[in-house]
Design a protein around this ligand. Structure first.
Ligand code: SAM
Length: 317
């Protein structure tokens, strides 16, 4: 059992778009659901409540601390909950091993939780001093320090540009390489602050920290693979719901749903269809759902949330 620090337990994570998640998942009594990003179990609890009696939930999180916390928060549901410390890049395997295929609904609430952001020593936040770690799971090898102190200047610049959409990526990379070795979040944030001209609305380290977290956890490739696995394990009529928090994630989700809801994915100039692709999803959110103003003011973390959902059509392949 992993010990939960008092600080972590104190910084409660408020799940976002809660009614929308339950509604778009079309949670039904006795249904089987997979929460791929369990966190503290906030969404999981709502799914179990909406599907009572008899709903079953498989909760997955790469972070053993999150699984321990959710286990505690969901103990009243006992036999209906299966919690697994795993990466959702192994979603299909994890679901099959627990006979959760075919499944009625799959949820992704991407990114990090408030506990992870606040937890000392994880290195996700530039606001408190910690080692440059940023791994969701202690079993992963690559840390943010490995990237910052080991990659070439051009590799660092490309990564900050691509995953952080940071226009000062080259200046930041140059400053990082000059200041190496860098061991802590606050030291890195100070180097970035000096490298970036002027003062914007957000902290100058925000985009670089996002980029490092995405790279450390290989978040975008993992998401692409997991969406495809989710599509495969959904039963007919099953629902896929994804909440993303930045444009790179949302683009992947949007393009995946568009592709999988089309019968032909040949390039437009192809005169006759040669791809033989068949739609397996029906998009049920024409535009992404975003939090109300009220939710945004009570839960500022929800501000950038975008929810997209689709329903599985046809037979399993
Ligand atoms: C925003 S939080 C989820 C919060 C949760 N919905 C709740 O209500 O408490 C995202 C969680 O996803 C986990 N996570 C992110 N990427 C993951 C991955 N590839 N595999 C498994 N878990 C992942 C993180 O460790 C984090 O706990």
């Amino acid at each position: 059992m992993v010990a939960i620090s008092p600080r972590k337990a104190a910084s409660v994570h408020s799940p976002v778009l809660t009614d929308e998640v339950v509604e778009r998942l079309a949670v039904e009594r006795g249904g089987r659901y997979i929460d791929c990003t369990l966190g503290a179990g906030g969404h999981a609890r709502l799914i179990l409540e909406a599907g009572a009696p008899g709903a079953m939930l498989l909760g997955i999180d790469a972070d053993p601390h999150a699984v321990a916390l959710a286990r505690d928060n969901l103990k009243s549901f006992d036999g209906d909950v299966h919690l697994v410390n795993a990466n959702f890049r192994d979603l299909e395997k994890t679901a099959r091993e627990r006979t959760f295929v075919p499944v009625h609904g799959v949820l992704f609430d991407l990114g990090i939780s408030s506990m992870q952001l606040a937890e000392h020593g994880r290195g996700f936040s530039f606001q408190s001093e910690a080692a440059l770690d940023m791994r969701f799971s202690p079993e992963q090898e690559l840390t943010a320090a490995d990237i910052i102190n080991g990659y070439d200047e051009s590799e660092i610049a490309n990564l900050i540009w691509e995953y952080g959409e940071e226009r000062f990526s080259r200046r930041i990379a140059k400053a990082i390489v000059r200041a190496r070795p860098l061991q802590t979040t606050t030291a890195l944030a100070a180097v970035i602050a000096k490298a970036v001209p002027g003062r914007g609305k957000i902290n100058p380290a925000t985009r670089t920290f996002q980029a490092l977290r995405i790279a450390v956890n290989d978040e975008l490739r993992t998401l692409e693979s997991a969406l495809e696995q989710a599509r495969r394990i959904l039963g007919p009529g099953g629902r896929l719901v994804v909440i993303s928090f930045h444009s790179l994630e949302d683009r992947i989700v949007k393009q995946f749903l568009q592709r999988e809801s089309r019968d032909c994915i040949c390039p437009p100039e192809t005169p006759l269809c040669i791809c033989e692709h068949q739609a397996t999803l029906r998009i049920i959110t024409r535009r992404p759902i975003t939090p109300t103003r009220e939710e945004q003011s009570t839960n500022p973390r929800s501000r950038s949330a975008k929810l997209r959902a689709a329903e599985r059509i046809g037979e399993d392949d």
